[in-house]
Design a protein around this ligand. Structure first.
Ligand SMILES: [Zn+2]
Length: 157
């Protein structure tokens, strides 16, 4: 009887610990990045993620999709989006792609950012051929996969 009570108490403690850890993880991911996010409520991270997956730019095993998120580089500069292929990244544990809806104009713009970062990701993992650091060709691939060229900045047209 006493053993059962102890086991029950352990079970309850474990359940609380798991809930707490899960909650803090979610909050932690949303609070990563340094600038406050002013996310227009008609711009949805999930929609951009869905589009990327539909266009064959699947989130790679072990990678994290951080959105909404600050997209901060190592120097503290903030971007529309960023890809960090390492374990140790500016916003914490990587690898991840991060997108900041607070810095875009509309859904089409966020889609372009997420498609662009997703191409970086697939090139880093080798799932897609091409130089992961070549911004212009990353933009071209993103455009082939549905990104609005008006929001791609790296290739002079
Ligand atoms: Zn890029």
């Amino acid at each position: 009887m006493r053993k059962r009570l102890i086991l029950l108490a352990l079970g309850v403690a474990l359940a609380f610990a798991v809930v707490f850890a899960t909650g803090s993880l979610r909050t932690g991911e949303q609070e990563r990045g340094r600038l406050p996010l002013h996310v227009p409520n008609d711009i949805e991270c999930a929609e951009s993620h869905r589009l990327a997956e539909e266009m064959g730019l699947t989130l790679q095993p072990g990678w994290i999709y951080l959105c909404p998120s600050g997209a901060t580089d190592w120097d503290g500069g903030d971007h529309e989006g960023i890809t960090c292929p390492y374990r140790d990244c500016p916003a914490g544990d990587g690898p991840y792609i991060a997108a900041n809806p607070g810095r875009v104009e509309n859904q089409s713009h966020l889609n372009a950012v997420v498609l662009h970062e997703s191409v970086h990701m697939l090139r880093f993992t080798g799932a897609l051929e091409g130089d992961p650091f070549d911004e212009c060709s990353v933009d071209r691939e993103a455009a082939r996969r549905g990104a609005n060229p008006a929001y791609l900045n790296y290739c002079p047209s």
